[in-house]
Design a protein around this ligand. Structure first.
Ligand SMILES: Cc1cc2nc3c(=O)[nH]c(=O)nc-3n(C[C@H](O)[C@H](O)[C@H](O)COP(=O)(O)O)c2cc1C
Length: 156
């Protein structure tokens, strides 16, 4: 079966750690045949980019133990098109200096509104991702892509 599916990675990052994690998750996604991936800053994502994707990875740095503001703004935009986002596979990822799990939990609560097909566990990393973090991120990216592929097979 032809399988040209797209995953959108949307992230907030100020100093590059979360951006690195986003790129590493993209590496894992590209390991799965038939998948393409767009890696974008949350502020550059238009609702149309999001609704045309078949799955998502959302990421952020921790800011006051919460997700970064630009990612929350994207979620507020997506709320208006939630019926076209809902039900698709979603992986979450964060970085922080100890508050990365709290940030992940804040995203989990908000994204839950979109009734996603969760790909868990989310990836929460302290600081710049090291080799072990990257291996986990690649694995979770691959898992997300496999879920998108399987989901596409079910609904095709
Ligand atoms: C305004 C601001 C608030 C932050 N608040 C937290 C926080 O509450 N908890 C935490 O662990 N790290 C906090 N940090 C640190 C960053 O989350 C952390 O350094 C992160 O890895 C940076 O990711 P980035 O390189 O993708 O921007 C904060 C950073 C900034 C700039």
């Amino acid at each position: 079966m032809a399988n040209n599916k797209k995953i959108l990675i949307a992230y907030a990052s100020r100093t590059g750690s979360t951006e690195k994690l986003a790129q590493t998750i993209a590496e894992g996604i590209r390991k799965v045949e038939g998948m393409s991936v767009d890696v974008k800053r949350a502020r550059d994502v238009r609702p149309d980019d999001a609704v045309s994707a078949d799955g998502y990875a959302f990421g952020s740095h921790s800011a006051f133990e919460y997700m970064g503001g630009e990612l929350k703004m994207l979620f507020e935009e997506l709320y208006h098109v939630r019926d076209r986002v809902s039900g698709k596979p979603v992986l979450l990822f964060t970085t922080g200096q100890g508050g990365q799990v709290a940030a992940l939990e804040s995203m989990d609560r908000v994204v839950g509104v979109f009734n996603p097909r969760w790909i868990k566990p989310g990836v929460a990393v302290e600081g710049m991702p090291g080799e072990a973090d990257k291996a986990k991120a690649i694995e979770m990216g691959r898992k997300l892509a496999e879920a998108v592929k399987k989901y596409a097979y079910i609904v095709a």
